[in-house]
Design a protein around this ligand. Structure first.
Ligand code: IPE
Ligand code: IPE
Ligand code: MG
Length: 234
């Protein structure tokens, strides 16, 4: 079988809180250590030739967490973005984001825009952060915008295809993920890339996100390479 590297891998980074709890530490300690795994997996993906890596970093539903934790996550994001831009540039990695970005705290939004601007010319790999993201938000937003286009006469409703819908999602210029990884033993999508992962391969691992290493990434890719992707055919 051909050993193909997925063009796009997306990751539901889960288990930071449980990782910390097992160590008798606060959840935020888990998030801090989760950043190390982000660094390691970004590097690993760039090394093997993945073109897009999407990381689910903060869901729309995550606003429901205690404000202390939400604030810590947003702060950590600003800190990490600022610290990692140089490395992203060194490794020729472009930063992108999907989600309702205007709903982020101003400092986070600003750091994100700066990071995207500073790395815009890079072309080895695209690192996509899903922030204040949920798939149902994205699809709802797309439907609203398509309806507006129909109203204004720019689009005829009879011409709407699956591709039209894809084009109005925040993932419009990103290919669908071939491989979706979720850490921490949970086996659900939690509102992540519902439309885009229609034909993705899924890889679930019990490893908590802060413990996720390059070797785990390589294992996930190896598992992907042994799958028979039939796309409804025989
Ligand atoms: C994933 O780890 C990080 C985010 C959702 C931001 P969790 O914080 O969900 O960790 P668990 O699932 O509670 O262990
Ligand atoms: C999914 O993890 C969201 C992110 C990884 C950012 P959660 O921990 O929020 O998901 P549930 O609540 O277990 O479904
Ligand atoms: Mg979780």
């Amino acid at each position: 079988m051909e050993k193909k590297i997925p063009q796009h891998i997306s990751v539901i980074m889960d288990g930071n809180g449980r990782w910390a709890k097992e160590k008798g530490k606060a959840r935020v300690f888990g998030h801090r250590n989760g950043v190390k795994a982000v660094r390691e997996i970004t590097e690993a993906c760039a090394e093997v030739g993945v073109k897009y890596l999407t990381l689910y970093a903060f869901s729309t539903e995550n606003w429901g967490r205690p404000s202390f934790e939400v604030n810590a996550l947003m702060g950590l994001l600003v800190e990490t973005l600022k610290a990692e831009i140089a490395t992203l540039n060194k490794n020729n990695i472009r930063l992108k984001a999907i989600g309702d970005l205007t709903g982020l705290p101003p400092k986070t939004y600003k750091a994100l825009l700066q990071g995207m601007e500073d790395t815009a010319a890079n072309n080895h790999m695209t690192l996509v952060l899903a922030l204040n993201y949920s798939s149902r938000w994205d699809i709802t937003n797309a439907v609203r915008r398509i309806a507006e286009e129909c109203n204004s006469g720019a689009l005829d409703y009879s011409e709407i295809t699956a591709d039209t819908i894809s084009q109005y999602l925040s993932t419009a210029d990103i290919p669908d993920p071939e491989l979706v990884i979720r850490s921490s033993g949970e086996q659900r999508l939690s509102n992540f890339l519902l439309w885009e992962s229609a034909y993705s391969e899924f890889y679930f691992t019990p490893v908590y996100w802060p413990d996720f290493t390059k070797a785990h990434l390589h294992e996930a890719i190896a598992s992907f390479q042994n799958r028979d992707r039939r796309f409804g055919k025989v």
